[in-house]
Every structure is written in C-alpha cells, then in structure tokens.
Design a protein around this ligand. Structure first.
Ligand SMILES: N[C@@H](CCC(=O)N[C@@H](CS)C(=O)NCC(=O)O)C(=O)O
Length: 155
C-alpha cells in the first residue's frame, strides 16, 4: 500500500526493520541448533521420535534429557524473553520519530549483545560474559522505552 511504502522510506523505520529481521532470524536459528544437539547427542523427548528404534534399552536412553539440548532450549527461551519485547518497544520507538543516529546505536547494541549472548550460552563462556550481554540488551530496550515514553506519554 501507499502508507506501507511511505513508512519504508523512513530511515529509522528501515533500520528497525533490518535489525528486527536479523534478531528474529537469530532467535529462529535456535530451533535448528536444538535439533542438531538432539541428533548428535541422541536425546529426544517424544515416544514417536524414537519409534524406529526397536531395542527397548536404547530407546529408553534416547528419551533421556541431555544438557546440551536443554542449554539450546534455555538460550531459545531467553531470546523469547528479550527479543519479543525489543520488537514491540523498538517498533513503537521507531515510530515515535527518534534521531537516526541515536536509534541506530540502540538497534546495533541490542543486536550485537543478543548475538554475543547466544555464543556465550551455547559455547558456555565463563560468567559474567553472558549476564553482561543480557544486561546490555535489557538496558537498550529500557532506554528505547524511556525515550518512547518521554516523547508520546499520554494517560
Ligand atoms: N529467565 C531468566 C531471567 C534472567 C536472565 O535472563 N538472565 C540471563 C543472564 S544470567 C540469562 O542468560 N539467563 C539464563 C536463562 O534464561 O536460561 C533466567 O531464568 O535466568
């Protein structure tokens, strides 16, 4: 539509769309990462997933949880807790008319911190690396929320 095309001519909105797509795809990638660990570690969670295995003893082992699979799931879960809020706050912030340079700092810092967080989680970097990347992402979203609210606050 004309409105959508006009919005996509807005530099801040284009930047938001770009970084939002990157972090959403990064989050979606945690699914395939979990599948990779399921197959390489031989750890499944449903009876039908191991139906081909005829040896009952092996079947039982394949239905046991594996720490690497659970780690990938926690990483995916943490992305949901942080990237969904970034999407909603970031969208509203982008529409509130911020300066492009300031908006870009927010989008880039958030994206970099979440990419780092995934590496820190999956590869088990020593703490506080993961905690700090989580905190930085969180602060970025809070800063966008604060800027949004001081611009558009109506109760
Ligand atoms: N739901 C999170 C809330 C706090 C949080 O997100 N902490 C960061 C930095 S320590 C984290 O990576 N938590 C690990 C996780 O969510 O599995 C938790 O249970 O830890």
């Amino acid at each position: 539509s004309v409105e959508m095309a006009t919005l996509m001519e807005n530099e801040v909105f284009k930047a938001f769309a770009s970084y939002a797509a990157i972090v959403t795809l990064k989050m979606m990638l945690m699914g395939p990462v979990t599948v990779y660990f399921r197959f390489t570690r031989g750890s499944f969670s449903n009876e039908e997933d191991v139906a081909k295995e005829t040896n009952e003893e092996k079947k039982k082992k394949m239905l046991r949880a594996h720490p690497d699979v659970e780690r990938a799931q926690r990483c995916h879960h943490n992305d949901l807790e942080n990237i969904i809020p970034f999407f909603f706050i970031g969208l509203l912030y982008a529409l509130s008319g911020p300066k492009l340079s300031i908006a870009l700092i927010h989008f880039r810092v958030f994206t970099a911190s979440r990419i780092f967080h995934s590496f820190a989680y999956i590869l088990a970097f020593p703490q506080p690396s993961r905690a700090l990347s989580y905190l930085l992402g969180m602060l970025t979203t809070f800063s966008m929320a604060f800027n949004l609210l001081i611009t558009v606050f109506v109760l």
